[in-house]
Design a protein around this ligand. Structure first.
Ligand code: FES
Length: 134
């Protein structure tokens, strides 16, 4: 499955990139965890994650953002309302298509309900042109 590509409406709108490093199936899909079936972390390319923007990697159920130059954060792309996948990056938020919740790209916090809890944050490690997410 390819990442979701968003149309660049503003400089903060994200472009989706390809997850070329992850050919192994992901077990975390049901839980939103960012690990492969064998427990290894997910690795995604930095390319395409613009400063102030974000990319959704649906195959990993991950939202990866770059709120500041060289500062990356990753969140579960599983909406905390009823579990739909957040998909639509628009300016500084990502929206859930099911009931309209919005989450801030910088910290995953809820901007608009019905979701009450923020997106679950993952740990990001920068390794050259690759981000390792656990
Ligand atoms: S599942 Fe996301 S807003 Fe309801």
């Amino acid at each position: 499955m390819s990442p979701i590509t968003t149309t660049p409406l503003t400089r903060r709108t994200a472009l989706a990139g390809a997850c070329t490093l992850c050919a192994v199936a992901v077990t975390g899909c049901a839980t939103g965890q960012a690990t492969h079936t064998d427990g290894r972390p997910v690795r995604v390319p930095r390319a395409g994650i613009d400063v102030g923007g974000a990319v959704v990697f649906p195959e990993h159920r991950l939202l990866v953002t770059q709120p500041g130059d060289g500062v990356y954060r990753a969140f579960s792309a599983v909406c905390t309302h009823q579990g739909c996948a957040v998909t639509d990056v628009d300016d500084d938020v990502v929206k859930c298509p099911c009931h309209g919740s919005k989450f801030r790209l910088t910290d995953g916090s809820v901007v608009k309900g019905p979701a009450q809890k923020p997106l679950a944050e993952r740990t990001v490690t920068v390794d050259g042109n690759t981000l390792t997410i656990t």
